[in-house]
Design a protein around this ligand. Sequence first.
Ligand code: NAD
Ligand code: LMR
Length: 333
Amino acid sequence: GMDDSAPRPATVTVTGGAGQIGYQLLFRIAAGDMLGSDQPVRLRILETEQALPALEGVVMELHDAAFPLLTSVETTADAAVAFEGADHALLVGARPRGKGMERGDLLAANGAIFAAQGRAIQERASAGIRITVTGNPANTNALIAAAAAPDIPRERFSALTRLDHNRALAQLAAKTGAAVGDIRRMIVWGNHSATQVPDLTHAVVNGRPAIELVEREWVTGTFVPTVANRGAAIIEARGASSAASAASATIDHVRSWMLGTPADDWTSMSVVSRGEYGVPEGLVSSFPVTCAGGAWSIVEGLAMDADVRAQLDASVAELAAERDAVRALGSMG
Ligand code: NAD
Ligand code: LMR
């Protein structure tokens, strides 16, 4: 080639590319924000048959943006084609809750989607595949995909709680008058749902413990509920769920995983538990993690505040109930 030092293009498969998040996410990936400004990208976009015409418009815009790092874009409604040789699978497309749909119906619809995609990933993806689930219920969808792909190492499956982590940073920054970049060691534990556990008890703001800067009453009465219910507040205000911030958090999640976390900080990722912090093995739960060399490790040995412990137990009980519901529906093999 013209430049023999250029890295081999990474194949990134995005599902649900004609949706709201896709419209933000694809352009950020193509711009190099996710894998780095020297990493060429091949995009594969999986959509439903009926969304393929709209997706063609998005593809036209991707071409029109003339991204130097974007080497190709392919679209398909066939998962086997979409995940062929994929290095990253960003599972964004999911069945939204429709009118009159019960929670069980939603779990069944998504169970079928994520089990089929998990199988296709196992059969087709590259040996280095890393999977990030954004589509809701994200943690349980990741669990279903992982169950359908038993040959892929468990540590390659993840779900997005970086948006919750970022929301927590923004709330603490606003409260203390600090910049988001001055905060280290925020944590979100548990499920990406209203039971999630935003935890600032280890956070540091400009080198000072956050708990010395805010009142406990603000933490329990404002901080935790604001972060945990932010998704619903955005739906209420916008009439649609968060999209640009969700796409940005998906970029941050993969970027941290691949390019690493700073030496004095960690982030929050939902990953398959090996029993850390009493979260039953196999559940996909959010933990504080550091990343280096394309691998994450859970930050172990942190002291747990009694409120945080009780809230995490409740969130984990919800994750276990979701797992039991999809098992009962036969979505987990
Ligand atoms: P959207 O409805 O605008 O787009 C979803 C797209 O997925 C649609 O274009 C649809 O055709 C496609 N799709 C559905 N089933 C598919 C399948 N089997 N294969 C491929 N594509 C499929 O939704 P959105 O606003 O882009 O949100 C996407 C998902 O992300 C939703 O589940 C939403 O709840 C979730 N979400 C998660 C977070 C988070 O932090 N984890 C934040 C915001 C939104
Ligand atoms: C969010 O956190 O913004 C979304 O997960 C909310 C939702 O229910 O789609």
